[in-house]
Write a protein that binds this ligand. Structure first.
Ligand code: RP5
Length: 163
């Protein structure tokens, strides 16, 4: 974890970490400083509000929030910060994560949460990198190289299939 984090990766419970760590890994791959923490909308509501209200002032630029079940954390955080919030629906053992997805994605007009796929924490990390890259040439170059690698991987696999 960094001294001056630009991205906050938060989750409703430590039990979300096996899913959420992919977001942290993606940020680390791009050298983006981040912090992680457990912030529960239901069990620590005051901590959640404090975190959201103080995030921009502390220098955070993006918040990634993951939660499962009645997953109110991303939406509630979005209601109390001006920062972009990326929501990660964490799948639990019932309902295949559909409950988490619908709890996060169906926000009222005026309070956006950029929702990734169920369990899509890596894409949440990559989306945060793209948001930061909009104003950062070095990150833009890293993202372009990452995308070129993805393309090369697919073309290599295609070639291997036809060998
Ligand atoms: C949600 O409840 C958390 O985000 C987690 O996905 C789920 C279960 O939490 P634990 O009971 O495992 O702490 O708020």
């Amino acid at each position: 974890m960094a001294d001056d984090p630009m991205v906050g990766v938060i989750m409703g419970s430590d039990s979300d970490w096996p899913v959420m760590e992919a977001a942290a890994r993606a940020l680390a791959e791009f050298g983006v400083p981040y912090e992680v923490g457990v912030v529960s909308a239901h069990r620590t509501p005051q901590r959640m509000l404090d975190y959201a209200r103080e995030a921009a002032g502390r220098g955070l630029r993006v918040i990634i929030a993951g939660a499962g079940g009645a997953a109110h954390l991303p939406g509630m955080v979005a209601s109390a910060t001006v920062l972009p919030v990326i929501g990660v629906p964490v799948p639990l053992k019932h309902l295949d994560g559909m409950d988490s997805l619908l709890s996060i994605v169906q926000m009222p007009a005026g309070v956006p949460v950029a929702t990734v796929s169920v369990g899509g924490a890596r894409n949440a990390g990559l989306l945060a990198v793209r948001m930061l890259a909009a104003g950062d040439q070095v990150l833009q170059q890293k993202m372009a190289a990452f995308q070129a690698d993805l393309e090369r991987m697919v073309l290599d696999k295609d070639a291997a299939l036809r060998e």
